[in-house]
Design a protein around this ligand. Structure first.
Ligand code: HGY
Ligand code: MN
Ligand code: MN
Length: 408
């Protein structure tokens, strides 16, 4: 059996059908929900059908490898996530799960373990890559216990019906001796490859990320009887900070390309038409390709919040909720992917850097890690219009197969 683009397309469509929202609104699959379980169980059933043994780990991650290969035998690891952002696309994460699945169908004895990482996006419990961080031990059970989803439930409690086990989790640590390396296939989520007519690429680095939660406290007051000079308007302060962040990102981006800042979440209290907002909470997502730029931007963000809130008599609190360094990926494994690409007729294999974060960034310090990118139509992602050609995902799977089956 060879790698088959139609089977890959069928998998992506099937998993896309497991969503809390209809396709025209977008694909919504928060971790540890019925929609997520259906996607996970679809992959488990297909992996078993392909002759795999399957293990649901106490981290909530799912592992599948050929039944003929003992769990103790070192093999290659490949996988991604099936959780999604709210009303996102159907290729983000899913492409990186169905590609190794298809490799295991076409090569039932491949020295390859498929993994589904739990909660990569961070939009379910307000912190990303929980499954990979729990597995590498860079996230403690106590930290997980302090997180909560839209129902106020922690990933430990929400995950229990899905195999999460806090007590067992501490014994479930990635042992680098158990794997030859991690190769994560993912859609690019940016326009560069599509514009350049590149179908696949090897990813040589992943940008770093700092995330923050900002809380501004002003004075709720009457919208009619309070003159402009007498206001401490938390939302006006937030708006000024946000336009300042956009200008900061543009300045930093002119010094180092692809430096980006996003405010994605905003809560206004009391959120009433005739009340001056007294309290605002918003998030900041800051990315850059070097750690020096992450430091520079971090300082700039703090100075901006301090200055703008002081100018308006607003009390400001902010805290970093995440700090991830920029990660170079393994040069040797990237070279192995280039050789695998040559074997399947892609020569040279284009190169890319990832502005998006991936579980690969969490495992890279422990395992030789590299990524394969597949072009995204017009670079659209985290959006129901997200699209990649199944034949490009299949080409990525062929490179993955040649890499893991290759000699040495
Ligand atoms: O935010 C990201 O970079 C990824 O989509 N989780
Ligand atoms: Mn992703
Ligand atoms: Mn994503």
């Amino acid at each position: 059996m060879t790698i088959n683009a139609e089977r890959i397309a069928r998998d992506i469509e099937a998993i896309g059908g497991f969503s809390e929202t209809p396709p025209d609104v977008g694909f919504s699959r928060p971790t540890f929900t019925p929609a997520w379980r259906m996607a996970r169980d679809y992959v488990i059933a297909e992996a078993r059908q392909a002759g795999c043994q399957v293990r649901i780990a106490p981290t909530g991650n799912v592992h599948a490898r050929p039944a003929s290969i003992a769990w103790e035998t070192p093999v290659w690891l490949s996988g991604s996530h099936v959780d999604s952002v709210p009303t996102g696309g159907k290729f983000d994460g899913v492409a990186g799960v169905v590609a190794p699945l298809e490799v295991l169908r076409a090569h039932p004895e491949a020295p390859l373990e498929l993994i589904i990482f739990a909660e990569e996006e961070g939009t379910t419990f307000n912190l990303g890559m929980l499954g990979s961080r729990a597995w590498t031990g860079t996230l403690t059970v106590a930290h997980l216990a302090g997180l909560s989803n839209r129902d106020g439930v922690s990933p430990l409690d929400a995950g229990r019906p899905y195999g999460v086990d806090a007590a067992a989790m501490v014994h479930e640590r990635l042992d680098p001796r158990g794997y030859r390396g991690l190769i994560e296939l993912h859609v690019e989520q940016g326009p560069a490859m599509w514009k350049a007519g590149q179908r696949v690429a090897v990813v040589t680095a992943i940008h770093g990320r700092r995330q923050y939660r900002v809380h501004l406290m002003g004075t709720p007051n009457h919208a009619g009887s309070t003159k402009m000079d007498d206001r401490a308007d938390a939302l006006a302060a937030a708006a000024a900070i946000m336009t300042g962040l956009e200008a900061l990102a543009q300045r930093l981006s002119s010094r180092q390309d692809h430096t980006v800042i996003t405010v994605g979440q905003l809560v206004v209290l009391p959120n009433a038409i005739n009340v001056i907002p007294g309290e605002v909470t918003f998030t900041i997502d800051f990315r850059a390709s070097t750690n020096a730029m992450l430091e520079l931007g971090h300082d700039g963000i703090g100075q901006l919040i301090k200055a703008e809130s002081a100018r308006r008599g607003i009390c400001a609190e902010w805290a970093a909720t995440e700090s991830l360094a920029a990660v170079p990926l393994d040069a040797g494994l990237c070279e192995r992917l280039r050789a695998a690409a040559r074997q399947v007729g892609v020569d040279p294999l284009p190169e890319a850097a990832s502005g998006a974060l991936h579980d690969a960034a969490i495992l890279a310090p422990l395992l030789p890690t590299a990524m394969i990118f597949v072009a995204s139509r017009d670079g659209i992602s985290h959006n129901p219009a997200e699209f990649s050609r199944p034949e490009d995902v299949a080409l990525g799977a062929e490179i993955l197969a040649a890499c893991v089956n290759g000699a040495a």
